[in-house]
Design a protein. Structure first.
Length: 328
């Protein structure tokens, strides 16, 4: 049964927000490759300071220089849904000093036409931290389990309101739940993470999704109830929380932060990053600091990251095709 409500709110997603130009940066010279890195590296993060992605980037930027041999600074550019950060890296010189740190929002944004270019126009360097997401309801919600919510949604189409950010990963997580459960859940554009949490606390929405660390804080305060981690395995940092898969719903959508450079970056520079990241993954101080944010390192090299990016892009496109099928 197809489920796509709240689609009208996708208007902005039908605009191309990316690409002020189609220009590309200069190729790296032999001297660039031989001397890399010899100046500060800028990591563009298409998010505001303080969120999961920004925090992960800053933890990486703090610990990786000891293995890479260069300073790293984080540049926050949330403008135009991340399109500006994407374009700044895509069109930059291919010498490895302007890189992009983000997650599957690159794929969902392209699938709903918010981003003109896909990650095929970048070089996938590798993956870093990951964080599981959790479906949550208010503690006074009538839904004790995911089954409770799904059964009600089946009998009462469009009455369960799911708060998300249209075109983002949270939107696609809700759509995936509807597809896998055969229900019609109303998708409401609420906005940012804090806006969604406020909406859930205030009763404006019935269901939302947030990172596992945030969930544990709200469970401890008595405000939220967790209905399922969007994974096939329980989170090591919150093993008491059931997954969606073990409840019979194949809704898997952990957020994985990946690093990209402009297309055709030299293999030698990418390899330096892969070598440094392998060392970083074994760094106890780095892992401890990352764990405090309820994230963990997920190690993939450039080839593994490229394949992962392709798979996630195809997954996002399949969901988007279902989404748009009702408005064509």
């Amino acid at each position: 049964m197809r489920k796509h409500v709240g689609v009208a709110a996708l208007g902005i997603g039908l605009l191309f927000l990316a690409a002020c130009s189609s220009s590309e940066g200069k190729q790296a010279t032999e001297a660039d490759i031989a001397n890399y890195p010899n100046k500060t590296i800028e990591i563009y993060v298409p998010a505001s300071p303080g969120g999961q992605t920004d925090t992960a980037a800053r933890v990486m930027a703090k610990h990786l220089p000891k293995y890479l041999g260069a300073n790293i600074v984080v540049v926050n550019q949330a403008t135009a849904g991340g399109a500006l950060a994407f374009e700044n890296v895509r069109s930059s010189d291919k010498d490895g000093y302007s890189l992009l740190f983000n997650h599957q929002a690159l794929h969902t944004g392209h699938a709903v036409r918010q981003l003109e270019y896909s990650t095929d126009e970048l070089t996938a360097i590798g993956t870093f931290s990951s964080v599981n997401q959790v479906f949550v309801v208010s503690a006074n919600s009538p839904y004790e389990t995911l089954d409770d919510l799904v059964n009600y949604a089946k009998e009462n189409p469009n009455e369960v309101i799911y708060g998300s950010q249209i075109g983002g990963t949270t939107h696609f997580m809700g759509e995936l739940l509807g597809i896998e459960s055969g229900t019609e859940i109303k998708i409401l554009d609420v906005g940012s993470e804090s806006d969604r949490m406020t909406g859930l606390l205030g009763g404006q929405i019935d269901l939302a999704v947030t990172g596992v660390g945030n969930v544990l804080n709200y469970i401890e305060s008595g405000d939220f109830r967790a209905l399922g981690v969007l994974s096939d395995e329980r989170d090591e940092l919150a093993p008491e929380l059931e997954t969606t898969v073990e409840q019979g719903y194949d809704v898997q959508f952990p957020i994985v932060h990946s690093l990209y450079g402009p297309k055709d970056m030299p293999d030698e520079i990418v390899q330096q990053w892969n070598d440094a990241t392998e060392q970083l993954a074994q760094d106890e101080d780095y892992n401890e600091e990352l764990e405090k944010t309820f994230q963990q390192h997920t190690l993939m090299n450039t080839e593994e990251a490229r394949l992962f990016s392709q798979e996630e892009m195809e997954k996002a496109q399949l969901i988007a095709d279902e989404l748009f099928s009702d408005i064509e």
